[in-house]
Design a protein around this ligand. Structure first.
Ligand SMILES: Cc1cc2nc3c(=O)[nH]c(=O)nc-3n(C[C@H](O)[C@H](O)[C@H](O)COP(=O)(O)OP(=O)(O)OC[C@H]3O[C@@H](n4cnc5c(N)ncnc54)[C@H](O)[C@@H]3O)c2cc1C
Length: 462
């Protein structure tokens, strides 16, 4: 059965955040955009079978918020109206690392604390309000359809899960795979006679355990984000607690290289108490739990190098976690997906010819991914158990970055430089600016300098 054969139709496979942002961008360039999602999409914000990770704590980096706000100008107000907490990023920071708390200062950009399903539901409402965009849920894509010579992707074969698994062929001029880490694009390509992309995999053996608690809206700790991160390699555990909508706390505990938090009540509390700072434990020790404790194992950061392929079929792209899934403790995935979607927007705005689109896009997406990958993998190699392709010079860089971390405990100028890099607003080499190096190496001297507050944001992908 063939549904349509328009020349102005784009398909997005996967209706999670990467797919929704992609659909938003494509709606500016195609007459029709169809999102095909395997799961049933509930009305209420809630995690689904195909995205179990969304039940865990998700922080949105400042450059991710800025990119999403470009496409949905009312997003910050709607987040706040729905109960998200959005203080100044560095004033609202309560971040213990190694042996102390990082200095706070006004940064001029927002931290965004909400549940991941709530953010997605706001984005979905806005995308589906666009007249060009249609969502077909309960639709799992089985395979790509191609021209007889296999040079063009012409559509997809869909399994209609609510209609007795009937098969449907949907034709399109462009198909974008946003199916996340488990993407089958490499197998689809191989089946069409193309090379699968080379893969970089860095093993970290991280696990999360997450639970929701009731929050007293008058609790002043509900205006800050709390993070306790290890000084690698001597410590391996982290804990984070964010105030989120619905007067709730979300807490995620975790550890690298097999130091995984237990999922039973007593073990969970003991793990929280074992962290080097008491802040997470202090909030939850008497708080009322309102969910089970759930676990997510994350074996490795994974990057598929589509940018290295010489041949690629026309009319097909891959975006988001399907290209690169990073160790989630650095909070980069949603921002990476948003920045990649913005790159696709740029290329389509410039009317890149269809036959050149894939190679041009993968080159730009790789530039977006390079930085969060470098940051995540670089930090992970501070643990000797981390294995996989190690970037050259990483041990030297890590020795310096360890000093940067220490300097942020007393020097807000270094703190600002580091937070800009972590928020993907400045490139990592900015930490090697002579002004920063001098401050890092001179040791502990209290600063009286005023920090210039950021007024406009620029992401490093720009
Ligand atoms: C534990 C954990 C914590 C994280 N924390 C953060 C954080 O703090 N900050 C941050 O920015 N990022 C974080 N991330 C990453 C973030 O969740 C992702 O980057 C983000 O969800 C975007 O992913 P995506 O849309 O590309 O893919 P996914 O979210 O994986 O979505 C893929 C979608 O495709 C659908 N699908 C799959 N196969 C098919 C098919 N054949 N046909 C149709 N549909 C299909 C799935 O049902 C799903 O809806 C975290 C990840 C994990 C694992």
């Amino acid at each position: 059965m063939t549904q349509s054969n328009s020349l102005t139709h784009a398909i997005v496979i996967g209706g999670s955040l990467g797919g929704l942002l992609t659909a938003r961008v494509l709606s500016q360039h195609f007459q029709r955009v169809t999102i095909l999602e395997r799961d049933n999409i509930p009305e209420q914000p809630m995690a689904r079978k195909g995205q179990p990770h969304t039940r865990h704590l998700h922080g949105l980096l400042a450059s991710g918020l800025e990119t999403m706000t470009r496409y949905f100008p009312d997003l910050p107000q709607s987040l706040i109206a729905g109960g998200a907490v959005m203080p100044d990023f560095a004033l609202g920071m309560n971040w213990y690392t190694g042996s102390g708390y990082r200095q706070r200062f006004p940064m001029g950009v927002k931290a965004t604390m909400m549940s991941r399903p709530f953010l997605e539901s706001l984005v979905r409402q806005r995308v589906l309000a666009l007249p060009q965009v249609q969502l077909m849920d309960n639709c799992g894509v089985n395979r790509l359809l191609t021209s007889p010579d296999r040079q063009h992707v012409t559509g997809v074969e869909v399994e209609l899960r609510h209609e007795g698994n009937q098969l449907l062929e949907v034709m399109a001029d462009l198909v974008v795979d946003c199916t996340g880490r488990g993407s089958r694009a490499p197998q689809w390509l191989a089946g069409m006679g193309y090379d699968a992309p080379a893969v970089s995999e860095v093993k970290v053996d991280v696990a999360y355990a997450t639970r929701l608690f009731r929050r007293d809206p008058a609790d002043p700790r509900g205006q800050q984000w709390t993070l306790i991160t290890p000084e690698a390699p001597r410590q391996t555990r982290f804990g984070a607690i964010f105030p989120i909508e619905g007067d709730r706390w979300i807490i995620s505990l975790g550890g690298w290289h097999g130091d995984h938090p237990p999922t039973d009540e007593a073990g969970f509390l003991t793990f929280a108490r074992s962290l080097p700072a008491p802040d997470v434990y202090e909030v939850i020790k008497n708080a009322e739990p309102i969910s089970d404790i759930i676990q997510h194992k994350f074996p490795s950061s994974l990057r598929r190098h589509y940018e290295k392929l010489r041949r690629f079929p026309q009319g097909f792209l891959v975006l988001g976690d399907a290209i690169s899934s990073f160790n989630p403790t650095y909070g980069q995935g949603m921002t990476s997906a948003a920045l990649q979607a913005a790159k696709l927007d740029d290329l389509l705005t410039k009317r890149t010819p269809p036959e050149k689109l894939a190679l041009a896009f993968f080159k730009r997406a790789a530039k977006v991914v390079d930085i969060p990958w470098q940051l995540a993998v670089g930090e992970d190699f501070r643990f000797p158990q981390t294995s996989g392709p190690k970037p050259p010079g990483v041990d030297f860089i890590n020795r310096y970055v360890a000093k940067v971390h220490r300097a942020t405990l007393h020097d807000p100028v270094v703190g600002l430089a580091l937070l800009k890099v972590m928020n993907l607003m400045a490139p990592p080499p900015s930490l090697f600016h002579p002004r920063i190096v001098w401050r890092v190496l001179r040791g502990k001297r209290p600063s009286t300098e005023t920090i210039p507050t950021l007024t406009s944001q620029t992401s490093v992908g720009d």
